[in-house]
Design a protein around this ligand. Structure first.
Ligand code: ATP
Length: 308
């Protein structure tokens, strides 16, 4: 299937001479949720801003639903909704007026029934006549989303959608994003909350110092780079790891009372059976054991570190 967004050799050098993006290549599949992760200043907002036509690229091309964002700007932009990080204007307008106005900016005919649905879906209907300045921060964020959806875009960009929002609103937003995806909208989000990417994304891209260092299915990424650990609590503390076990991926901690065995989560032969057998042979008895898996956060931190 043709990608809904196709980015080729995209680069950006700001007027200051700073190179924010270095030859980015990326294809976004139709209908997926794609999470763009990266430390502060990595280039996430720059990339999104170029695709949405807010920042000019220095080189390369971007197609949005087949339309070049430079030579066919209007058509490309009409496919895209952008939820920016900050709400800048419209403080004195009502919710209803501002969302309808946004739709008009894209040359779409008025459609009060559609706007009503958007506001109802975002739990904003009872605030439709309120001035934006009177809304809470969370409500203002919902207005940003309503504005971005006002012209029925096929592709929705969410730049840090849940930064600084409370847990309840975050979960509401996740639900809303899933509903949109079910209706066929492609979602691209940037986030600092790894948990958000872990919960939501189908695929993950990691950007660092202007380079896309990895793009992978979330499940594959977690399987490929994820490690599992088996933690054994011992009946009697050990002074050191016995000779016969040296060489195994074992660590002794908690004053010799805990043995931690690390293994690849994708291999069939974990070595646990052998480990337990050898412990038995050496008279090392176990009080308790549990296993754990590395989170996307562990993977992300090790990736970003490995490249520095
Ligand atoms: N207008 C500009 N002029 C010069 N440099 C800029 C400009 N806008 C951004 N930059 C620089 O480009 C780099 C990438 O910024 P960008 O906002 O894209 O990062 P980000 O990954 O979105 O970061 P964050 O997670 O902090 O939002 C940063 O070093 C930033 O200082």
């Amino acid at each position: 299937m043709q990608p809904v967004i196709s980015v080729k050799n995209l680069s950006k050098t700001y007027a200051s001479g700073f190179q924010a993006l270095k030859s980015i290549n990326l294809e976004i599949k139709r209908g997926e949720i794609f999470a763009l992760l990266g430390p502060n200043g990595a280039g996430k907002t720059t990339l999104i801003s170029i695709i949405c036509g807010i920042v000019n690229p220095s080189g390369g091309t971007v197609l949005a639903d087949g339309h070049d964002i430079l030579t066919d700007f209007r058509a490309a932009r009409s496919k895209i909704g952008l939820v920016p990080q900050e709400l800048s204007t419209d403080a004195f307008e009502s919710v209803w007026a501002t969302v309808n106005f946004s739709r008009g900016l894209f040359g779409k005919p008025r459609d009060p029934a559609y706007i009503e649905k958007v506001l109802r879906d975002l739990s904003l209907w009872d605030k439709k006549d309120a001035r934006i300045m009177t809304l809470s921060g969370g409500m203002k964020r919902r207005v940003l989303i309503a504005k971005a959806l006002s012209h029925e875009p096929q592709i929705l960009f969410l730049d840090e959608p849940t930064a600084g929002v409370d847990v309840e609103l975050r979960h509401d937003m996740w639900q809303m994003v899933r509903r949109l995806r079910e209706s066929g909208v492609t979602i691209i989000l940037t986030t600092h909350y790894i948990e958000e990417a872990e919960q939501m994304a189908d695929r993950i891209g990691v950007i660092r110092k202007g380079e896309l260092i990895l793009v992978e299915d979330k499940a594959v990424l977690m399987r490929k780079l994820g490690k599992k650990q088996l933690t054994l609590t011992l009946q009697h503390p050990l002074e050191r790891i016995p000779e016969a076990l040296v060489g195994l991926p074992l660590e002794l901690s908690n004053a010799g009372t805990t043995l931690v065995y690390t293994f690849d989560s994708q291999v069939e032969e974990t070595g646990i059976a052998t480990l337990l057998q050898r412990l038995g042979e050496h008279g090392i008895s176990i009080k308790d054991l549990h296993s754990s898996e590395s989170s996307l956060e562990d993977i992300f931190v090790s990736l970003v570190r490995a490249q520095s």
